[in-house]
Design a protein around this ligand. Structure first.
Ligand code: ZN
Length: 253
């Protein structure tokens, strides 16, 4: 019989710690805060450098705000939320929210970002079809699937001088130093980071997306955010020695 009960799955292993620079590439403002800001806080506490790259400004994310108003607002919220967990560099690739397409242009833009920042660890959000294993799991969004897949591919593209030769002409030399791509929110995680030390800052970081959250729920924003992150990090604890955890599916290179 096939079962997806967490108790039948192997323990999540500790994420590798022998690296200095990480680049997180996601589709929207809040993608990192809903998933892995507690891990980012732990990494920056340990003296590691983390940079965020967002494919869009999330301008199609709030029904009651037109994109021209929403984009700059969500950019500000994203910069504030990054600063809470020790991330000072946040870049936007200026793709259009909601209609991201997996393909060569997106791979090229992400490969360029990897060459600019030369990370050993690349982080992205769930590239798989659903948010959980097994039948009945919620369907993922096209933007997340596109960016996740393009990021996994761009980790290799960045190291090959012949795939996007125009990047070298722009001064971006090949970087073949990505050792892992870690996918947050994956339906099949393999590794984890202890969420406890960074959890309060992760809550504060997600709360920075206040306009988005207030449009999303009638619940008190602080209560909503604390419930969400406590629940999701608690769900991973069963496979991580009882510790609340941020889980990742880790692809070594
Ligand atoms: Zn998103």
């Amino acid at each position: 019989m096939i079962t997806t009960d967490a108790t039948d799955l192997p323990d999540l292993r500790e994420m590798p710690g022998d690296w200095r620079r990480a680049l997180a590439v996601v589709a929207h403002p809040d993608d990192l805060e809903y998933g892995c800001a507690a891990a980012v806080a732990a990494w920056t506490d340990a003296g590691k450098e983390v940079v965020y790259v967002l494919a869009t400004r999330g301008e199609a994310g709030i029904d009651t705000l037109d994109p021209e108003t929403c984009g700059p607002l969500r950019e500000r919220e994203q910069r504030d939320s990054a600063a809470v967990v020790g991330v000072d560099t946040v870049e936007f690739l200026d793709h259009r929210d909601g209609v991201l397409e997996y393909g060569v242009p997106l791979r090229r833009d992400i490969a360029a970002a990897i060459r600019r920042h030369r990370p050993e660890l690349v982080v992205t959000l769930n590239h798989r079809d659903t948010w959980g294993p097994g039948p009945g799991a919620p369907w993922n969004t096209p933007d997340h699937r596109a960016v996740g897949r393009a990021t996994l591919d761009a980790a290799a593209d960045a190291g090959n001088r012949w795939i996007f030769p125009e990047l070298a002409d722009e001064g971006l030399q090949p970087w073949d130093g990505v050792r892992w791509v870690a996918v947050s929110g994956s339906s099949t995680p393999t590794h984890a980071v202890d969420a406890a030390p960074g959890l309060d800052r992760a809550i504060e970081s997600l709360l920075c997306h206040r306009a988005y959250i207030e449009a999303l729920t009638d619940q008190d924003p602080e209560e909503y955010v604390r419930d969400f992150l406590t629940t999701t990090t608690g769900q991973a604890a069963g496979r991580f020695g009882g510790r609340p955890a941020v889980s990742f599916e880790l692809f070594p290179r």
